[in-house]
Design a binder for this molecule. Sequence first.
Ligand code: SF4
Length: 232
Amino acid sequence: MPRPRPPYPSVKGLFGKPTVINNVETLANIPKIIVRGGAWFSSIGTPSSRGTKVFALTGKVNISGLIEVPMGTTIREIIYDIGGGISDGKKAKAVQTGGPSGGIIPEKYFDTPIDYESLTALGSMMGSGGMIVMDEDDSMIEIAKFYIQFSVDESCGKCAPCRIGNYQMLKILERLLRRRGRDNDITDLMDIAFAMRKGSLCGLGQTSPNPVISTLKYFEEEYRSNIRPSRV
Ligand code: SF4
C-alpha cells in the first residue's frame, strides 16, 4: 500500500528492513562492472552520469527501436544519426523523454547532452527511458492529454491530489481541444499541477503533471489559441 515517505525503502522497506529497489537496467550493469571494473564503467558517459542508457526511440522517426547510447549523447544525435531523422521529411517539433511522467523538450534544446541533470533542468527526466519524437503536425495539448489520460487510468486512487487532480486536468485539456478553453484554464492547470507535486503520496501523482507543466512552459501559445474569448 502507498504510504507517506520518508522513511524510504532504503531505510525501512521489506519486513521493516533497509531494502534495495533497482530496475532491471541498473542490475544488468552490475556484472559488467564486476568483470571490467569501476574505472572502465566510469570512463563512459559524463562526470555526473556514468555509463550508458537504454532508450525506446519511437514516434516520428525513420528508424525506431531500443537503443543504448553513452550518457552525454545529444538528443539530436539520437534522432538524426541513430533514428535516421524525422519521417516524411517533416520538421521536428519536440521530444518526450522519461515515459508518461516525463516532460516535453522543444527542438531548440536538441543539442543538449543527455544526462540526469540536464533532462531535469529542462523539465523532463530520464525515467523509464522512453523517447518519443514529435513533428510539426503534433498538437502539444493532445500529447499532454494522452499522458494525463494514462495517469487517470493508472492512479490507484488512494490520495486526493492524484485521484482528483489528474481527472480535473484531463477535463480542462479536453475542453481546450474542443477549442472551448476558459480564461482561467491555464492558471487552473498550473495550480492543480503544483498541488499534485506537493501533495501526492507517491511518484505517480508527484510526476504525472510533468507533461502539462512542460508543454505549458514551452508551448503556452498553443494553449492560449484554444481559449475561447470571453463574451462581454
Ligand atoms: S499519488 Fe496516485 S498512485 Fe500514488 S498513492 Fe496517490 S493516488 Fe495512488
